[in-house]
Design a protein around this ligand. Structure first.
Ligand code: ATR
Length: 289
């Protein structure tokens, strides 16, 4: 316990983002900008937590913290230590936000709010009625898939390297939203993916490809030429080969920045009950350090 409090920094820290690694996280700048907006100081820090120590961390958080954000690889391993899950977090079996009240740990997923906010902010669209193609079937993809179902998108095609994982995700979303038009394919299935992209309104890239400069594109980029009305969202927070190719074709394209801001905004509202000061959070996110 002592170990966590000394690693977390000062005694004023009441909120933490944890991950492994976590050094790159901009959540402290963004969340502290929101707390400062309301004159609540800068109570938010970051801490690297070894996934093997997550139980020990949960017990520390239970008595010492008010809120936690979780990033890779903690979003699932925390589940056994959460006392109560929100319906959204229970559906996607993933939490990125903990709220602690009277020593009880409540778990939420704000990744869905993140994608909805990003699509609204970047493209001026709601997910409702959109034909969506999503690349990836991991943790973040799971939250996005449930959000498209909950927001009544017109259809969702899930393309993943491992087809079985796409099938499993589609099965879970289908049970949650019977009648929702779902389709799966492999990332390299040009025919199915091409057909889905031809009629899609929105492509969401949420594989881990693109995090590294040397990563290949997640799909055949020539398929982007099939649909001049496509919008392209890449959850990676950098200019990826996919985004470069989309922009070269004149397609509206956006990186993952707004998704991070809107999911952080939803966490702030869960903790404080106050409307998130989006502009302050966006400015904080862009600040270095
Ligand atoms: P996150 O929480 O960021 O979603 P994750 O749950 O580890 O991370 O999911 C990673 C996603 O990126 C998965 O869809 C994964 O595909 P598999 O299900 O086949 O593993 C995808 N991914 C990772 N490396 C990839 C690669 N080299 N090529 C294609 N897809 C990849």
């Amino acid at each position: 316990m002592r170990r966590f409090s000394s690693m977390a920094g000062t005694e004023q820290i009441e909120y933490l983002v944890i991950g492994d690694p976590v050094a790159h996280s901009r959540s402290p700048q963004m969340q502290n900008a929101a707390f400062e907006f309301y004159g609540m100081g800068s109570p938010y820090g970051k801490l690297r937590v070894d996934p093997a120590k997550i139980g020990e961390f949960a017990e520390y958080a239970r008595t010492r913290l008010k809120g936690v954000n979780l990033t890779v690889p903690h979003k699932q391993v925390i589940l056994p230590f959460v006392d109560e899950l929100s319906p959204g977090a229970a559906a996607c079996r993933s939490v990125n936000t903990l709220k602690i009240e009277k020593n009880r740990i409540f778990g939420f997923s704000t990744d869905g709010a993140g994608i909805s906010g990003a699509v609204r902010e970047n493209f001026g669209l709601e997910l409702e009625d959109l034909h969506v193609v999503m690349l990836g079937a991991g943790g973040a993809a799971t939250a996005i898939a449930f959000e498209t179902a909950a927001r009544h998108s017109a259809s969702l095609t899930i393309a993943n390297r491992t087809l079985e994982k796409a099938r499993d995700l589609a099965g879970r979303v289908g049970s949650f939203a019977p009648g929702f038009a779902l389709e799966v394919c492999a990332l390299d299935d040009r025919e199915t993916l091409g057909r889905a992209l031809s009629r899609a309104d929105l492509l969401i890239q949420v594989t881990s490809l693109g995090l590294k400069e040397t990563d290949p594109a997640p799909m055949d980029l020539e398929l982007l030429e099939l649909n001049p009305k496509l919008r392209v969202f890449d959850a990676v927070y950098r200019e990826t080969p996919l985004l470069r190719a989309a922009r070269a074709l004149g397609l509206p394209a956006a990186d993952g920045r707004e998704m991070l801001i809107w999911q952080g905004a939803a966490s702030f509202e869960i903790w404080t009950g106050k409307p998130a000061p989006i502009e302050a959070m966006r400015a904080g996110f862009g600040r270095s350090g």
